[in-house]
Design a protein around this ligand. Structure first.
Ligand code: HGY
Ligand code: MN
Ligand code: MN
Length: 409
């Protein structure tokens, strides 16, 4: 077990975390506004480059898809690199741990091994994946999907954010797309992440191992009706898409509950969005997740059917467009077994309904995740929290796993 390096002052995690905790933070809410390819993420990437170089990274490279890789030890071209990392970006007004905790922990795990004098017997990398939340361009895990070829670079180049900026403009050029030669460098990927739930808190465990990720996806709902005057239009004469939208929100909630699944409509746009006008159009986004593909499919179909029926009654129309779909993920059994051995003392193994870059990489390289306790379970909110002690424990466990996977001797 690697212990924190013996230095005066706050522990290594607290010190390094303090360097980024204010970047992209909204003073009013305490939430984070760290959008893919935006100013705050650029600042964090600059910080990342500095820390990695100071801790012995021989190369820090961008992959042409917005992802940033720091490489340590033997040349990664050997093809058996141990890659750690996560993402810097957040949902609007999200918490500060979702993503950055995995990157800071990875940088500190590498530092811990170096400070203990251990050499790396195989290449080691730390990655900051781009636009994992999809908060700016709408496609989650955008960087890891581009890297792995799961997202076409031409489709990605045309993605537009809410201000009308295209991804290609935000990135300063067309994304590189699939980089198989880069993927081939990776022997195993391990993502440490704050748990987005309270299973570890209920179990009294500071860390856990992920067994897999629920299938999940995003569907855009376009409701169209007839714009009209809010005051002079008789109720019987209205074709109000807001009515159909509101019904659909309730139907999604009910259909999810009936199936033990999760459905959320948390984002909506209204045209013309005027207090005294019946809307012409309402656009909402459905985030649906379930324990298996069949349940997810049944859930989305039930929501669609009920919404279309209601639209017929309201004299409105509905178009449903799938924007992204993430299949179920089973993390590498061999890695999970090895992790249970290395971490010992009954570390829990648990599934998650949260998506991660690890879910994308898992289709290409042996992949596993380590969760750190979230005392309230709250995430995608300024209220997301984790204790420094649990985060330091996560670093120690990640360093132990890195020792097992990559340290010489
Ligand atoms: O939405 C998710 O599941 C992840 O936090 N990006
Ligand atoms: Mn997230
Ligand atoms: Mn995340």
């Amino acid at each position: 077990m690697l212990s924190d390096s013996v230095v005066e002052g706050p522990p290594p995690f607290t010190r390094l975390w303090a360097e980024i905790v204010g970047v992209g933070r909204d003073a009013g809410s305490g939430g984070y506004l760290r959008y893919g390819f935006g100013e705050a993420v650029r600042e964090l990437e600059g910080w990342f480059r500095g820390v990695a170089a100071a801790d012995g990274a021989h190369t820090v490279e961008a992959d042409g898809n917005g992802n940033l890789f720091a490489w340590y030890g033997p040349p990664p071209e050997r093809g058996d690199a141990v890659l750690l990392g996560s993402h810097f970006d957040s949902v609007p007004y999200g918490g500060g741990y979702d993503g950055p905790l995995g990157i800071v922990s990875a940088l500190l795990a590498v530092r811990a091994l170096r400070e203990s004098g251990r050499e790396f017997r195989r290449p080691v990398g730390v990655v900051a994946f781009a636009e994992e939340e999809g908060s700016r361009f709408g496609v989650p895990c955008l960087g890891s999907r581009l890297l792995s070829g799961a997202l076409d670079p031409d489709r990605a180049a045309g993605l537009v954010d809410r201000d009308g900026t295209a991804l290609a403009e935000a990135m300063g050029g067309r994304p590189a797309g699939a980089r198989p030669e880069l993927l081939d460098r990776i022997g195993v990927f391990v993502e440490l992440h704050i748990e987005q739930g309270r299973a570890l808190a209920d179990l009294g465990a500071p860390v856990g191992i992920a067994s897999g990720i629920w299938p999940h996806g995003r569907w855009r709902l376009d409701f169209a009706g007839e714009a009209n005057h809010a005051g002079t239009t008789r109720m019987a004469d209205r074709r109000d898409p807001m009515l159909t939208y509101a019904f659909t929100v309730l139907a999604a909630n009910k259909e999810a509950r009936l199936r033990g699944a999760h459905a959320t409509i948390g984002r909506v746009e209204v045209e013309p969005n005027a207090t005294n006008a019946i809307p012409a159009r309402v656009r909402g986004w459905l985030d649906a997740r379930a324990a298996d593909d069949a349940t997810l499919e049944a859930l989305v179909e039930a929501v669609r059917t009920r919404a279309v029926d209601r639209a017929a009654r309201d004299g409105t129309t509905l178009d449903l467009t799938r924007e992204s779909l993430s299949p179920p993920v089973e993390f590498d059994g061999g890695l999970v077994t090895a992790f249970r051995r290395v971490l010992a003392d009954g570390v829990p193994v648990l599934p998650t309904a949260a998506g991660h870059d690890a879910g994308i990489l898992a289709a290409h390289v042996p992949t596993a995740m380590l969760f750190v306790r979230n005392p309230t379970g709250v995430s995608h909110s300024p209220a997301e929290s984790a204790s420094d002690d649990d985060c330091a424990e996560g670093v120690r466990r990640l360093a132990d796993l890195l020792t097992e996977l990559a340290a010489a001797g």
